[in-house]
Write a protein that binds this ligand. Structure first.
Ligand SMILES: [Zn+2]
Length: 373
C-alpha cells in the first residue's frame, strides 16, 4: 500500500521530462517538457527582473519572439507579494526561478550569510531566508523549474578554501530542503575556478541525480573570471555530468558565450544581458554588437539588422530614428530595442538547434566567429 501511495505521488509530481533529439559532438538539441508546455533546447530565458518589469515589456510580447521559458528572481518576487507567478506575469508557459544565491554577490552589503540561511536587509527590515523557505516561496508561486538556495562566493580572490566552502554549504542547504519529492528541482554545482572543489560538487550532484533529482545547474560562474576560465569550468562540469539530465548555466548569456557553451554541452541559459544592453542602446547584429548612441548612426537609415524578423526591424524602424528615441529616453524605443535583442537571441538558438540536428555545429560556430570579425 505504501508503495502504491509513493508511485501515485511520484506521478502527481512528475512535472519535467527531458529528451535529447539530436547530438553533435558535445552539443545537444532536445526538449524539456513541463506541465505548462515544452521548452526546445538549447535556449535562453528572458529574465523578468524588477528593472524589466518596470520597463513595460509584457511577457506576452516575448512569446511571439519564440521564447519558451522566462525566469524570475525569487527574493525580489517574494518581496513584491505576487501570488501565482503565471497570473502575475500574464504568462501561461513555464517559469524558472533563480535561487537567490547570486544576490549574495550583487547585494553583499544588504546580506548576511548564516549557517542555516541568509539574512536579507531591505527597507531597514531584517528578513531571514532558509533553504526551505526559498523553495516554499517558489512552490507557492507555482514555479515550474525550481532552483534551491546555493552559496555563491567571489571568484576574484581565487581562494580554494572559500570554493570548497561554497560546495559544502550548497550541499548542506540542499539536504536541508530535500524532505519531499520535487520533480522540477535543480541541483546547483558550485566550486568557483577550482577543479578540486568543482569535482566534489559534481560528485554530490551526480549522487542526487541518480536518486531522482531532475536537472543540474552550473552556478558561481561569470563573476569576474576570464572567458577562458569560464569555458574551462563549463567543460569540466559538462564532461562529468550524466547525458540524460538537462544542464542549465546560471547567469551567462552573451551571444558568443552561448555559442561556445552550447558546444560544450549546456542546454539552457539565463541572462539579463539582452534586455539590459538594449535599454542602453547596445543592440546585436549578425556582424556583432553596435552602440546606437554613437554619432555614426545619427543619419543611418538602415534597420538594425537586415536579416532580422523582429517587430522593430519588420516595421522598418531605422537606426537613426531609434537613436533619436533613445536620446529622448522614450520608453517605447527601449521596448523596440529589447524586442530586437531578444529575437536576435532566439534566432541564434533556432540556428544552433538546426545546426546540431544537421550535424554541422562546429561549422556553424566557425561561421558565427567569422561573421563577427
Ligand atoms: Zn530586429
Amino acid at each position: 500500500m505504501g508503495y502504491i501511495g509513493f508511485a501515485k505521488r511520484k506521478r502527481f509530481f512528475m512535472s519535467i521530462d527531458f529528451e535529447i533529439r539530436a547530438k553533435d559532438g558535445r552539443a545537444r538539441a532536445g526538449v524539456i517538457t513541463t506541465k505548462r508546455g515544452e521548452i526546445k533546447t538549447p535556449t535562453v530565458t528572458v529574465n523578468f527582473t524588477p528593472a524589466l518589469l518596470r520597463s513595460g515589456l509584457e511577457p506576452a510580447q516575448v512569446k511571439e519572439l519564440g521564447v519558451d521559458l522566462v525566469l524570475v528572481n525569487t527574493l525580489h518576487t517574494y518581496l513584491s507579494n505576487v501570488g501565482d507567478i503565471h497570473e502575475f506575469l500574464g504568462w501561461a508557459g513555464p517559469v524558472m526561478a533563480d535561487s537567490g544565491g547570486f544576490q549574495m554577490i550583487s547585494l553583499a552589503d544588504k546580506l548576511n550569510v548564516k549557517n542555516h540561511g541568509i539574512e536579507f536587509i531591505i527597507d531597514e527590515k531584517k528578513l531571514f531566508f532558509t533553504p526551505e523557505k526559498i523553495l516554499d516561496i517558489q512552490r507557492n508561486m507555482s514555479v515550474d523549474l525550481m532552483m534551491p538556495l546555493d552559496y555563491v562566493v567571489s571568484v576574484r580572490k581565487k581562494n580554494i578554501w572559500l570554493f570548497v566552502k561554497s560546495v559544502i554549504r550548497t550541499e548542506r542547504w540542499f539536504k536541508q530542503t530535500h524532505t519531499t519529492d520535487f520533480d522540477n528541482l535543480y541541483y546547483i554545482v558550485q566550486g568557483g575556478t577550482s577543479s578540486l572543489a568543482r569535482y566534489l560538487s559534481l560528485k554530490n550532484a551526480n549522487a542526487w541525480l541518480s536518486r531522482g533529482i531532475s536537472a543540474v545547474a552550473l552556478g558561481g560562474i561569470s563573476l569576474g573570471e576570464t572567458k577562458d576560465e569560464i569555458y574551462q569550468t563549463v567543460k569540466f562540469c559538462c564532461d562529468r555530468l550524466p547525458e540524460d539530465k538537462p544542464r542549465h548555466l546560471l547567469g551567462v548569456g552573451e551571444p558568443d558565450d552561448l555559442i561556445r557553451c552550447i558546444g560544450l554541452g549546456v542546454d539552457t541559459f539565463d541572462c539579463v544581458v539582452a534586455t539590459r544592453e538594449a535599454r542602453h542602446g547596445r543592440v546585436w547584429t549578425g556582424k556583432g554588437p553596435i552602440r546606437l548612441l554613437k554619432s555614426d548612426y545619427a543619419e543611418d537609415r538602415r534597420v538594425i539588422d537586415e536579416d532580422c524578423d523582429c517587430p522593430t526591424c519588420r516595421a522598418g524602424k531605422t537606426r537613426a530614428e531609434l537613436r533619436a528615441g533613445l536620446k529622448l529616453g522614450n520608453s517605447d524605443t527601449k521596448i523596440d530595442l529589447m524586442l530586437h535583442n531578444i529575437r536576435f537571441m532566439m534566432r541564434l538558438m533556432e540556428q544552433a538547434r538546426q545546426a546540431i540536428e544537421d550535424g554541422v555545429y562546429s561549422q556553424f560556430q566557425n561561421r558565427f566567429w567569422r561573421s563577427r570579425k
